[in-house]
Design a protein around this ligand. Structure first.
Ligand SMILES: Cc1ncc(COP(=O)(O)O)c(C=O)c1O
Length: 427
């Protein structure tokens, strides 16, 4: 399974304040950051600048698919960097062609476009939809409430969360949201201008909520009936996180369901920036030469890294690992939810994309009362040596590397239990 990397010695340079001061003076304050200054990582662990070790169940928000400093990834980066880092898309090169072939083989007949992030992958699909409906005057894309599709202007228009739109109005035209997992709401929302539907297979930022099989099959049926494109945003829930390549393949197991377009990023590059979309064969040539592009998209370096990640995932059977260790972690979380019902109300997710929903209004929760419950609990987890990611005000997400070991799952559960036990005593 995971290759053994010796832990680097902690770098003891007590400069937390100095790094934070640089940010305060020179970095646009658009992120709410936790009070951690990280320095390096190895496998499922990261270290801060004073040498404290953290078990990383945040995975850089579902990005670090092979954990930190994986030797195969380092080797691919170094080898390809010594050969050719960048070409632009005026030219052909082998890594991009090979990566597209590998993704098509994992998904189904179609073609891929490469970009640099999740929101760009979505943007490409939005443009594809507009091209598809253009001659009939159809342009509207329906997405879902609580979805997250990225932070560009089209990304926030597509996202079903008011907090990301606020202050940036007017929104890009042509996006509307309806409740998730609700087929009749979707049916009622369709208008003559509708051209596509986009959903996440598992809503991530919205609270780790998987789509139901009936929802996916029903959407496919609407789209076929009404000549709409069905897009799945697999940026967070894709790339084997749920135990299959894309989340719908896990949710529907052996069905021959296929969306018309899929956006990917995050785990695809394991931390090296790369995004992509796949488009189903009948629509694969809609974006003709000159209609879409990006300077960096699908560089030899990004593609070589993504190919190496796919190779390691296959060689080490990490899809199975995500499913097996994910079920183990989920069972552990369910056990904690039973033990501490006044603190944890719900556990949900698939594979290594799991979330716990905190009970409302936990009394005596330490930390800044202006911060959300999720942020305050995560601060406590950080102090105890575990990184996790908030989703909204009440949900804590666990998105560890796909090569997480069972003993690491145990360690994470033990840290969570220790924090919950202390809180339960204070109630
Ligand atoms: C489902 C989903 N789509 C799109 C995005 C945007 O990706 P990026 O931040 O790489 O632009 C995210 C990011 O969290 C996401 O979770």
């Amino acid at each position: 399974m995971k290759e053994i990397v010796p832990s680097p010695p902690p770098i003891v340079r007590n400069d937390i304040g100095a790094v934070q001061a640089l940010f305060q003076r020179h970095v646009v304050p658009s992120y709410g950051r936790f009070d951690l200054v990280l320095s390096h990582g190895s496998g499922s662990y990261v270290y801060d600048v004073v040498g404290r070790r953290y078990l990383d169940f945040g995975g850089g928000i579902a990005v670090s698919s092979l954990g930190h400093a994986h030797p195969a990834m380092i080797e691919a980066l170094v080898e390809q960097a010594a050969k050719l880092i960048h070409t632009s898309n005026f030219y052909y090169h082998e890594p991009q062609g090979r990566l597209a072939k590998a993704l098509v083989e994992l998904i189904g007949p179609g073609k891929c476009f490469f970009c640099n992030s999740g929101v760009e992958a979505n943007e490409g699909l939005f443009k594809l939809a507009r091209r598809f409906g253009h001659d009939e005057g159809r342009f509207e894309i329906i997405t879902t409430i609580n979805s997250f599709h990225g932070r560009t202007l089209a990304g926030i228009a597509a996202t079903g969360q008011e907090k990301v739109k606020k202050g940036f109005e007017p929104m890009v035209a042509g996006f509307r949201q309806v409740p998730y997992n609700d087929l009749s709401a979707m049916r009622e929302a369709l208008s003559p201008a509708t051209v596509a539907i986009m959903i996440e297979g598992v809503q991530g930022e919205g609270g780790v909520t998987p789509a139901t099989p009936e929802y996916l099959l029903g959407l496919r049926q609407f789209c076929d009936e009404k000549k709409l494109l069905l897009f799945m945003d697999e940026v967070q829930c894709g790339h084997f996180r749920t135990g299959r390549f894309q989340s719908y393949q896990r949710i529907l197991e052996d069905s021959n369901f296929s969306p018309d377009g899929i956006s990917m990023a995050k785990s695809l590059g394991g931390g090296f920036p790369i995004g992509a979309f796949w488009v189903r064969a009948p629509y694969a040539d809609l974006l003709s030469a000159g209609s879409h592009g990006t300077t960096y998209g699908g560089s030899p370096l990004a593609c070589a890294v993504a190919l190496k990640i796919l190779e390691v995932i296959e060689r080490e059977d990490l899809a199975d690992n995500a499913q097996r260790v994910g079920s183990y972690l989920e069972a552990g979380l369910r056990h904690l939810a039973q033990e501490y019902p006044s603190l944890v109300s719900i556990v949900r997710g698939l594979g290594l994309m799991l979330g716990i929903e905190l009970a409302p209004n936990i009394p005596n929760l330490p930390g800044d009362p202006t911060k959300t419950q999720a942020a305050r609990l995560i601060n406590l987890l950080h102090s105890a040596g575990l990184l996790a990611i908030p989703a909204g005000t009440q949900i804590i997400r666990f998105l560890p590397p796909l090569n997480l070991r069972q003993n690491e799952a145990d360690e994470g559960l033990a840290i969570l239990e220790q924090v919950l036990a202390r809180l339960a005593e204070a109630i």
